[in-house]
Design a protein around this ligand. Sequence first.
Ligand code: NAD
Length: 424
Amino acid sequence: MTTALREASVRDVSVFGDAIAYFNEAADLLELDAGMRRILTHPTRQIIFSIPFQRDSGEFEVYTGYRVQYNFARGPAKGGIRYHPGVTLDEVTALAFWMTWKCAVVDLPFGGGKGGVTCDPATLSANELERITRRYAAELVEVVGPDKDVPAPDVNTTPQVMAWFMDTYSMHVRQNTPGVVTGKPLDIGGSRGRVEATGRGVTICALDEMAVMGLRPETATIVIQGFGNVGRYAAKLFEERGCKIVGISDVTGAYYNEEGIYVSGAMEHTAKFRTLEGFKGGEKITNSELLSSQCDVLVPAALEKVFTPESAAKVQAKLVVEGANGPTTPEADRIFRERGINVIPDIMANAGGVTVSYFEWAQDRMGYFWKEAEVNEKLEDFLLSNLHAIRDIADSRHATLRTAAYTLAIDRVVKASKLRGIYA
Ligand code: NAD
């Protein structure tokens, strides 16, 4: 069993169930009626299909693919595609549910969706990945599109995967359609700033909240779990703003250095060796030591359910910034609350990616592309204006930032649903 498969087998409690617990807390605050709660806690559409493909060896295999289109009230479904051994219908549904609130919280004209394939990309060649991706896209041709559902990258899916998806869709509809996916390479309709956008958003939200908490970047220490698309760029941008990164990790291990980890060195290491295995820029520690290490800001940027009651009780950080989706179970969240640890919730903290995805979609439709500075400026504006709105709700309702974020998002989705009415 690979490490990734072992990891998947322990994440066996319903992720969607946890997600609904957060929804209910905000729905109570909004005094949402039972009918609307019922509608919003059911996915609009769940699609499951087989992906037969040929290994380079000639052997045939069959994987399972999913796409969940959770809600369309505010626009086309929007959300990434995950390739991971732990992908299940439950997980994809939870992720699509979160996308609904994430798009609403930053006021994007999108609903929520998510997709995935249960597979271990570490065991697949580039050709095998391409065949799987093209078959996955072909199965979804009728239900995705710039005005229907717009996928994007997530765990283990890259700009190249998006390029194959876009090409397959375009071949089927006989029309170049860059706006069918976001997170594409720049040469085929991607947006400047998209690759770093989620990490940049994590940093923008964190620095704004740190200022409110009186934590100065020049003296702040940061720990980041996960060194992929989100964690890596968050680390780099924190470092650029003068913060000291004292801990990083990936699936192969964690590294701590109280003098500060040289992030570019870690990035060069992963560019060369794919993972942090063998990284010499810090002392090797365990994942649980990383999560409980001394720091001001802790950024989970790997997978969900990282903070359980046990791990949350040991966290020493003052601020947790959820780069990953769903890293905190509701029980752990209660512990953070009791211990006075502030949390910027996932639907706000990692919304930078989908915000620049929205810019990419808009640019593709216009056929006119912005400079990176313009993208970054607009990103900061979208994130901070909504983070400030959340903070105002949290202050006035004596709620956590998480409940405030859900409250803002649910209110926006409910307004759209009521204006459109329920077609029956
Ligand atoms: P990625 O595949 O690029 O990177 C994931 C990282 O987490 C890798 O470094 C991997 O080694 C590490 N990891 C996996 N299991 C781990 C473990 N047990 N301990 C420590 N590290 C571990 O994925 P990503 O795109 O960076 O996504 C990370 C998280 O952020 C996911 O929850 C994803 O849903 C969320 N997210 C991603 C985006 C995006 O734009 N990519 C946007 C919003 C949210």
